[in-house]
Design a protein around this ligand. Structure first.
Ligand code: SF4
Ligand code: SF4
Length: 147
């Protein structure tokens, strides 16, 4: 699938470094994400919200361990099939549509992001990928998989 002049694989290839699972100011989880993770892990929704999430700006984010990594990180994502929408989408996120310069900022922390393409083409590609992103965490395009 191409997006104007660039395809998703042209502008992003995950290096499996795990940097995006550490810090980054929190991984937002939707109610659907909570449902999916609870079902996949067998952790009750209440425990998931209380012990594995924390509030941030009125929303829920995944909690982090003392080392700053996501609670579901263990050398890889332990909830990969149901990881939150934000993780499945990365780096094709709404923030790039709102402010295209975010793509370059994100690249400073994510070595898989390439920036040497026209901004317009990158935005078009991000928009197309977001439009194709299922809300449900169980099925998603291979090119959106990362760790
Ligand atoms: S998405 Fe980026 S930061 Fe995250 S593991 Fe892949 S290359 Fe590393
Ligand atoms: S849910 Fe998985 S992909 Fe998302 S931040 Fe946690 S470990 Fe990383």
């Amino acid at each position: 699938m191409t997006c104007e002049a660039v395809a998703p694989d042209d502008i992003f290839e995950c290096r499996k470094c795990g940097h995006c699972c550490q810090g980054f100011g929190g991984t937002y989880v939707t109610p659907r994400d909570v449902d999916n993770i609870a079902e996949y892990t067998g952790i009750s929704e209440m425990e998931l919200r209380d012990r594995y999430c924390q509030p941030s700006d009125g929303r829920l984010v995944l909690a982090q361990d003392a080392d700053g990594f996501c609670v579901f990180w263990d050398k890889l994502c332990t909830i990969h099939p149901v990881k939150p929408r934000m993780c499945r989408a990365w780096p094709f996120i709404e923030g790039v549509l709102r402010a295209p310069e975010n793509w370059t900022h994100m690249a400073e922390a994510c070595p898989g992001i390439r920036t040497e393409f026209p901004e317009k083409a990158i935005v078009a590609c991000v928009r197309q990928q977001l439009d194709a992103l299922p809300e449900d965490g169980h099925v998603y395009p291979n090119n959106l998989k990362r760790i």
